[in-house]
Each structure stands twice: as C-alpha cells, then as structure tokens.
Ligand binder design. Structure first.
Ligand code: CA
Length: 247
C-alpha cells in the first residue's frame, strides 16, 4: 500500500515519538516530527501535512492554543494525543476543532484506525458523499435514511422519536468521530441546554434500547466517557493519495 500522506507528529516525548513514527512509517505514511509548538507552526506552514497528531503537553505552548492557530488557517485534521487524566482538555480540544483524540497509552492498531478515519473524512468526505448520493448511512445492520428520517436495524424501523432520530442522524453524519456532549446538546436542544447531560443520557439509553442488541455493550454508538459519543464508522476504503486531493 502506498500511502503518500504526510503526517506531522507534534510531541516532545522521545519514546512516544519513536513508537508513533515506527507505527506510521510501517503503515506507509510519511512522518514529520516537531518537538515544540513553535516548530510545529513552522512545519505546518512549510509542509502542509495531511494530518496532525498533537500532544497537548508541549514544553513551549499550550496545545489548545496550537489547535486555535491551526483552525484559523486550515482544516487539516488534528488528532489530539492526550493523557487520561486530562479529560476536560480533550473536550476543549474537540470543541476547538480537533477531529479526534487518542488516550495514552494506546496501541498501534487503535492509532492507525484513528488516522485512517481522520484522513478519510477530510480527503474524501466519504460519509457526506455517501449521504449526498443515496441519502443513507450504513454501518453493520444499521441504516440511517436521511430522506425518510428513519433508522432501520436489519431492515426494521427502530421507531425513534424525533429527537432520538436527530441525535442518531447527527452522529451518523460524523461517523467515526467523537461529538462532545455540549456539541450534541446545542445542535439538538439548543444553546440553553448546554451542560444538561441528563437529557442526553436518557435519550441515548432509549436509542440503545431500540437499536442495540445489547444496550450495555453497544456496537453502533459508543460512549467516550466524560467526552461524548461516537458512531461506528461506515464501510469504505481509505482512498489513495492520488485520488484527487487538494490541500
Ligand atoms: Ca508531552
């Protein structure tokens, strides 16, 4: 597989750099490394990477400030690499426009899966394209029909309420990505609902009862504890770099 995607790794911890660089290089990606926020800024401008893996704990700059800076000038996907103890920071990172996060420690497979998903979303917008083309999103036996505003499991209408449908449809549009509690609340129930996670939990419990075989062990919508929810990725392969990508 010849992925010529360039990934900028912004990380000051040498052992993590070595681990991530080896995993990505073996998978065929071109890897650049910046060890500080300042260096990252220069490299983003010079090399225009396809994806940025960003450690939030850098020596010279707050990682969240780096995300702000990146988002001022580009939509390059950013995956935050963060320690488990910094849950609130992950939420802020996602709300500032980071695409995803991985929590240390993580394995090679998890990292590569997140990288593929992030690149796929920006490069080909597979989900949005599929949705635009057939008005549907499918993962496993679950189908969201955006025209009929219905969700089907194994061909059967799941019987979701309007808000339940809206929640599932929103997660499906961004399948594979974590949407934060506040973002979901704001989109479905409006600004005044921010912080009211209870309404979200109740709706999600009802949704899971209707769409999951085992609501306690969901396969379609995953909980990212303390952060938000993520819809399972739809099917489809990562396109090659040559498939017509523009910066
Ligand atoms: Ca660090």
């Amino acid at each position: 597989m010849s992925n010529a995607y360039t990934i900028l790794l912004v990380e000051d911890d040498r052992s993590i750099v070595n681990f991530i660089r080896a995993a990505l290089t073996n998978a065929g990606y071109r890897v650049l490394v910046a060890r500080s926020g300042g260096e990252a800024g220069l490299m983003i401008t010079s090399y225009r990477p396809d994806l940025i893996l960003l450690d939030l704990g850098l020596p010279d700059m707050d990682g969240l400030d780096i995300i702000r800076q990146i988002r001022q000038k580009s939509q390059t996907p950013v995956i935050v690499v963060s320690a488990r103890s910094r849950e609130q920071e992950k939420v802020e990172a996602l709300d500032l426009g980071a695409d995803d996060y991985v929590t240390k420690p993580f394995g090679t497979e998890e990292l590569l899966a997140r990288v593929r998903t992030a690149i796929r979303h920006v490069v080909s917008r597979t989900t949005e394209l599929e949705v635009a083309r057939d008005g549907r999103f499918t993962t496993g036996a679950l189908t969201v029909d955006f025209r009929k505003r219905r969700v089907y499991v194994e061909g059967e209408d799941a019987g979701l309420t309007k808000n339940e449908y809206n929640l599932v449809a929103l997660l499906a549009r961004y399948a594979g990505r974590v949407l934060t509690y506040d973002y979901l609340l704001k989109c479905i129930w409006g600004d005044e609902s921010r912080g009211n996670n209870q309404i979200l939990r109740v709706n999600m419990a009802n949704i899971r009862r209707k769409i999951e075989k085992d609501p306690a062990d969901p396969v379609y919508i995953f909980t990212e504890i303390g952060v938000g929810y993520r819809m399972a990725d739809g099917t489809g392969d990562v396109p090659e770099k040559s498939a017509g990508i523009s910066g």
